[in-house]
Design a protein around this ligand. Structure first.
Ligand SMILES: Nc1ncnc2c1ncn2[C@@H]1O[C@H](COP(=O)(O)OP(=O)(O)OP(=O)(O)O)[C@@H](O)[C@H]1O
Ligand SMILES: [Mg+2]
Length: 135
């Protein structure tokens, strides 16, 4: 468990984590609105050597970034209602993928997450601090 004291610290943590990731890694991110999930993904992208700006996927639910050490698939399921909808968008192809799959609101597809999924639970502590737990 770590406490991040600023968006920069969360970004840096993601950056550091990226160095340990191998092809097929699936990261399940959970945590309320504003917990810092996207901030962490931005750090992971940076750590993988992706220069492009990372923005949250909304309509498509999945954004792909291919300019880094490994492909990054950023999935945001905030707008998703059911597992069946996830299958509808072809999510299984990314569970795992040939690169790194990072999923915001991963609890919505709990039953689809493959064995070995790395779980990162983020929580608000106060305005500027966030708790990050890895399991
Ligand atoms: N220690 C911190 N780590 C990360 N973000 C922080 C921290 N302290 C404050 N913040 C702020 O919290 C917000 C986190 O936003 P972010 O989009 O990363 O959250 P999210 O979990 O992806 O939310 P959503 O569920 O809406 O997608 C930002 O406005 C950021 O500036
Ligand atoms: Mg987000």
């Amino acid at each position: 468990m770590i406490i991040s004291h600023s968006p920069t610290e969360t970004f840096d943590y993601g950056c550091q984590l990226a160095g340990e990731l191998r092809p097929g890694a699936v990261l399940a991110l959970t945590g309320e609105l504003g917990a810092g999930k996207t901030c962490l993904v931005k750090g992971i992208a940076h750590g993988l050597g992706i220069a492009q700006e990372v923005t949250s996927p909304t309509f498509t639910l999945i954004h792909e970034y291919r300019s880094g050490r490994l492909p990054l698939y950023h999935v945001d399921l905030y707008r998703l209602d059911t597992d069946a909808d996830a299958v509808g968008i072809g999510i299984e192809e990314y569970l795992p993928s040939d690169g790194v799959t990072v999923i915001e609101w991963a609890e919505k597809i709990e039953s689809l997450l493959p064995p070995g999924t790395m779980r990162l639970r983020l929580a608000l502590v106060n305005d500027t601090s966030r708790r990050i737990e890895v399991a």
